[in-house]
Design a protein around this ligand. Sequence first.
Ligand SMILES: [Zn+2]
Length: 446
Amino acid sequence: MSSRLVLMVLALLCCTNMALAQETPGPGRRPTTVMPAVLTVPAEAQPSAHFNAEAATDAYLAQIPADATARSNAYFEGGYWLVLWDFLVGAIALLVVLELGWSAAMRNFAERITRFKPLQTLIYWTEFSVVTFLLGFPLAVYEGFLRERKYGLATQTFGPWMNDQIKALLVGIVLGGILVMVLFGVVRRLPNTWWIWGAIVTIVFMAFAVFIAPPYIFPLFNKITLLEDPKITQPILSLARANGISADKVYQIDASRQTTRMSANVSGFGKTMRITLNDNLLRRGSPEEIQSIMGHEMGHYVLHHIYKDFVFFFIVIVAGFALLRWSLDWCLSRWGERWQIHGISDTAVLPAVFLLASIFFFVLTPILNTHVRTAEAEADMYGLNASRQPDGFAQGAIHLGEYRKMSPGRFEEWVFFDHPSGRNRIYAAMRWKAENLKLFEPLPAR
Ligand SMILES: [Zn+2]
């Protein structure tokens, strides 16, 4: 018990120091060069008889100041390394929990408190969540707070940021707690087929979490309100009607509480499905840009991406559980005694489960990114056809370029990008414009 306390104090001291050190050079330093906020169509992208998609793409990219490109490249490429560090730090933390006998100690503690198995699982889960939160805390502070501030993307001071972290931890304890109680119940009752039933329980639970997130979870972190301004909502709602979406509401979220990033999303499913714009987009985006992004979001909606995601993740999760069944047996036969784990229905096995799952998802990184990126490219195409705003869309890609690399190599894009790169998005928009130039008539005199 005392070692955990020491750890907690150390982690808190450590993060306070780092936070103070960061204050000196200037918190939330604004970028020195601001990218264009109002839609400005470069000469090469104006409709003309010699319109060329490549030249138009280059002209859009040339709007981004060189220092802004250098900064967003550095930020985004740093993210590649974080994929590795997150994996390694997470794996080491889980090994520490196993090797030092903490997992067995946490299980023993839960067993001393109650004889009721599901409650033992919940107590263990709470201990495990807090311990792994603390072990991962220094990296989380760097990744989620210090680094975001260094690049001028964060708007929070340490206090509110920490408050959000604690809330996220509590949400994880409650939601994750429900899932692990059910999963261990399945493992105890179905010792041979638990892996297939476990996969089914997990996907049903995922659907439940996606369903309740818009009304119950997102409001814990942000204020979500109905967008009232008819100047913005009317074009969006007529775009929705033109695409067979029966929405009569558009939501806005005060993302500026945490970040300067512009974004919009489709969340929830069934009755809770909705389109939300963030206030950074509303404040800085041109009307053409907002319409093009709404067209993209409607693409996700009309193309049933949420349901397709469930199918995709169901396959991933079944494969994951099948591998888990095999690899967990192997691990326990080798190290089970040393880690004092009594079998797969013993809650003390959880760190080993998370370790194997983190290896699985780390290896799958390019596959998962490619799945998401493919859907994003589909939504891009849908959005261009629906909104007919290729220049607004190019502008949006430039704005997103504040935190994404615009022109990666092909392999780099395949492995690390969960959206098409900015260059590819602008090129797709300009190619669309080239092939639909008649919409932008009258063409200037030849
Ligand atoms: Zn999207």
